[in-house]
Design a protein around this ligand. Sequence first.
Ligand SMILES: [Fe+2]
Ligand SMILES: [Fe+2]
Length: 380
Amino acid sequence: MDTIEPEVKAEVREEISPDLTGPEAVARLNRDMQRNSLTPLWQIETNLMSRQPRTQTLPWLWKWSTLYDIAERAGALVPIERGGDRRAIALSNPGLEGRPFATPTLWTAVQWLNGHEVAPAHRHTAQAIRFIIEGNGSWSTVEGDRVFLERGDLVLTPPWLWHDHGSKSDERAIWLDGLDIPLNNYLDASFFEPYKGEAQAVTQALNGTVLKYGVGQMRPAWEKRSVEYSPIFTYKWTDTERALDNLAQVASSPYDDIALEYTNPHTGGPVMPAFSAWIQMLRPGIHTQAHRQVGSSVYHVFEGSGETIINGVSFRWEKGDFFVVPSWAWHEHHNLGGNERAILFSLHDTPLLLALNKYREESYQLNNGHQEITGTFQPV
Ligand SMILES: [Fe+2]
Ligand SMILES: [Fe+2]
């Protein structure tokens, strides 16, 4: 068996010189620590435990026109093959040193599936969702439950469940992929297994989990509560839109207007342990108040146009765009689409922070809750 030899074996300490307390002794101490793979806290403390979050993640925005153009070209040039399994293009936050992550905890990608293609079945411990941007004629099968995908549907892939996607149409499908890959890898918890064969067998009636549990208030009387993950694998847009319209009649948040978190109906908790998914409507003309919270978020503009002001910078968005709000960044949303509603889909790592008792939030107290705008983000 191989053994790992430390580079410095014998010489762990320099020869003792007469200087026991002066600058030379301090320099020698520093060298000895470095040689022995040790780091003094007193030299790094302000970085190690900052007064408040100092994230490398940048607030950023990706234009739909760019994403679509690149995904379309990938659709023409890159086959879906075993190994890659998915034609997904990840948002790489420029603050994160080239890593393919939107935030320190969230992978977000645009996935393109050509008509009549199949993205082969596999399973992994990374927790995944898909939000369908265009889906005509495409389907997802999750653990034997197949559903045909429509714009605005949310599809869950809880950890270690088989899933594959395909199309019975001439049209391409395009959707948002959200996973906890950065966290899963940071924790050295990644397992992945390809399915033997391309698409798994469909073992339930079409839309099985939606028909069984989709109402959310009731479950088949002979079944136990599903606590580990949501029993519903697909949240259909028609139900989501009705829930937004219903909520708009009775209540709203000053920071998020009409915002709903998708939940596991059996626990009331988020759809994934590592992140939550939201759908949110900004009614015409709404300009929310600013706040900030610990944890990072990725937004996709499903409908409408407007701006989100992040740390004083206006990020103007329109249908299809994606943007990131880093941890502890002030943010407020503003619908600029005249008489049109705006709809935002978003992912948040809040469940992690709540579970670990690290969540904090704060509302912006100055200027009636609105930040002073100091600049406008210019997309590349
Ligand atoms: Fe997957
Ligand atoms: Fe917020």
